[in-house]
Design a protein around this ligand. Structure first.
Ligand SMILES: Cc1ncc(COP(=O)(O)O)c(C=O)c1O
Length: 296
């Protein structure tokens, strides 16, 4: 497989909202790199794909749920760059818009049930799959781990190269959604303490985000709970916030990651967390395909 001669560019744009109270915000639009391979997912995959290529693999096997942004980007990349993809799926067969896309992109799916999927961290989980697909390279859920983080480090360069687009010479920090914390760990690695990275956690504290991040990046990270009671918890106030923001700025958001992250920033600004004049880069991590499955 490979070479993967694609280096997508995420535009940095100003973001003006009426609740910023003097804080300046720019948004790094990972949702705009490509219509299909969207968001942080391509960046999280690049290093895994390089390792797969070096291992002589002919494709990738990975896992996720029926709305997975990761599997969606992986399957689209497989179709675009001509490598095989297999998805190990949480739960029982269902045809969500995401699953229909996965099939159309040529990903082969295996449904593991819920118990079977929960076993994914067991030491022997991969054995039968490696036997069945010896030529495929396994990538962890969400494209995580050190390789996933390393692939995201380029985002720091990309943003720094475009600061003049928003009239800035420098910035004071990053603000983004965290699911596993891999993307923000990549930013923190590249920053090496130069600017703080604030992670608005889309999952509650007990999901191990802090441990994941600490295992990869030692410094410069601050996490806060933006989950609103659970990963899939979506309330009317959040949906109103997303609608209002979209109407005011044209920035599309989805509820599980980008909507929760930006709404958490609003709360922090209202609580006086950042002094006027603070310049933050909000990373739009994509995920818009996933909102097809969410009502509201
Ligand atoms: C749209 C979107 N934003 C943010 C994240 C969180 O990324 P990470 O797991 O690297 O923290 C994910 C995936 O988990 C995602 O799909």
């Amino acid at each position: 497989m490979g070479p993967f001669d694609w280096h997508p560019h995420a535009p940095l744009e100003p973001l003006v909202l009426d609740w910023l109270n003097g804080v300046e915000l720019a948004v790094l639009r990972l949702d705009r790199i490509d219509p299909l391979i969207s968001g942080n997912k391509w960046f999280k995959l690049t290093e895994h794909l390089t390792q797969a290529q070096q291992a002589g693999a002919s494709g990738i096997i990975s896992l996720g749920g029926a709305y997975s942004n990761h599997l969606h980007a992986l399957a689209a990349a497989g179709q675009r760059f001509g490598f095989a993809t297999v998805g190990l799926m949480r739960g029982h067969p269902q045809d969500t818009p995401t699953v229909l896309d996965l099939k159309a992109f040529g990903m082969q799916l295996h449904w593991l049930g819920y118990g079977g999927y929960r076993a994914r961290h067991a030491a022997d989980f991969w054995l039968p799959w490696r036997e069945q697909y010896p030529h495929l390279y396994p990538v962890p859920e969400g494209g995580g781990g050190v390789a996933g983080a390393l692939g995201c480090a380029v985002l720091v360069e990309q943003a720094r190269g475009q600061l003049s687009n928003v009239g800035w010479a420098d910035y004071d920090g990053w603000w983004l959604a965290a699911g596993t914390g891999t993307t923000l760990a990549g930013l923190a690695l590249a920053e090496a303490g130069a600017h703080p990275v604030y992670g608005a956690m889309a999952v509650p504290d007990d999901h191990g985000v802090a441990q994941n991040v600490r295992a990869i990046a030692a410094q410069g990270v601050e996490l806060l709970d933006a989950s609103r009671g659970g990963f899939d918890k979506v309330d009317g106030a959040l949906l109103d916030f997303i609608r209002t923001t979209e109407q005011a700025t044209g920035l599309p958001l989805e509820p599980l990651y980008t909507g929760k992250a930006l709404s958490a920033l609003k709360q922090q600004i209202e609580a006086g967390r950042f002094v006027p004049g603070t310049r933050l880069i909000f990373v739009h991590t994509g995920g818009l395909q996933g909102r097809r499955g969410i009502k509201g």
